[in-house]
Design a protein. Structure first.
Length: 274
């Protein structure tokens, strides 16, 4: 993360969903947004506020308002956007960094899913983006020219067996993004997903085999895995006015992983010098 700002978000207002602790990508995005001059609310569910360090982040970001909100609940979203609009007026950006899977957390095999948990995974990790956007529009809380960014993973496009039903959730997230983008354009609002490298976060550590996934990606990616700090800097460009005509895209931020087949490091690890 760059230590010096360029005022790229000066005067912009927004909300960042999903920071938990200083390992969170959303936490890093909040720090970068504040560095660049933005004012914003920070939001997560009640249990996350108890478990995490969100009040600490709020203080670091100019006493940013902390909003308790379950993004899978329309009433709570309506209250959140009403509160933000009263404080800031209309918003210029939304960051969606929300994802969870009880099946993955409970180590359920993909062929033996708990379907109630599967529905919860889809609702929280993907459909919540649809809820966030539509509730913001109903509250008349978004400026024309606003930018919406959601965080995804290449497991939406390719199979990583240990990622389980989160792969389905991320695929749905990316599809929802495209569907929303085709309808938001007339308002001048853009929406994109960023497909980030495996990243060491509190949430990521709950995935069985995460360390192996991380190491594999590190060895395959020409530039290595992108860090949470580097992801935050990339998100900044999408929230700024530098990307006014970028929308409906799934943008890979993964050190080149998504374009690779095999690397020398992987070949040598598997086969030696043959």
């Amino acid at each position: 993360m760059s230590s010096n700002g360029f005022n790229l978000l000066q005067g912009k207002k927004g909300i960042i969903f999903g920071p938990l602790d200083d390992k969170s990508i959303a936490w890093k995005i909040a720090e970068v947004a504040y560095r660049e001059g933005a004012e914003f609310g920070i939001s997560n569910i009640k249990v996350a506020l108890r478990m995490g360090q969100i009040d600490e982040l709020a203080k670091k970001c100019g006493d940013a308002p902390v909003i308790v909100c379950d993004a899978s609940n329309n009433e709570q979203l309506d209250a959140a956007f009403t509160q933000l609009k009263e404080k800031f007026g209309k918003l210029d950006f939304i960051v969606h960094s929300i994802g969870m899977s009880p099946n993955v957390r409970k180590k359920k095999d993909y062929m033996d899913l708990n379907y109630d948990w599967f529905h919860k995974t889809l609702d929280v990790s993907a459909l919540s983006l649809h809820r966030v956007v539509t509730q913001a529009l109903k509250a008349d809380a978004l400026n024309g020219g606003a930018s919406i960014v959601a965080l995804s993973y290449i497991g939406a496009q390719r199979i990583f067996t240990k990622y389980g039903d989160m792969g389905d959730a991320k695929a749905l997230l990316e599809s929802v993004t495209r569907s929303l983008g085709s309808r938001l354009g007339e308002r001048g609002i853009r929406i994109n997903t960023i497909s980030q490298s495996p990243t060491v976060t509190t949430a990521g550590s709950g995935i069985v085999g995460f360390n192996a996934m991380y190491d594999f990606a590190e060895k395959l990616s020409p530039l290595g895995n992108a860090s949470a700090d580097e992801c935050a800097d990339y998100v900044l460009t999408l929230l700024s006015d530098l990307t006014r005509k970028v929308t409906m895209q799934n943008l890979y931020h993964d050190g080149g992983f998504s374009s690779m087949g095999i690397s020398d490091a992987i070949f040598e690890m598997m086969y030696g010098d043959k």
